[in-house]
Design a protein. Sequence first.
Length: 71
Amino acid sequence: MDQRDSKPEVTVEALEAEIADLIDDPVLREEWLNTRIPILESKTPKSYFNTPSDRARLMQVVLEMKFGEMA
């Protein structure tokens, strides 16, 4: 696959920054990170930090939440 066609990898730092922007309160943010979320196959958001593909999926969900693209 040509690198020009691939999306840049979502870093842990970028993901943490988007989540912090979405949920200001650190206590609520930590609670959300440890809550099983149906759209994430009933896994916790924190469990999606481990692989590039999981981080990309979590970033997609966070951005959808941030911009109101999900119910």
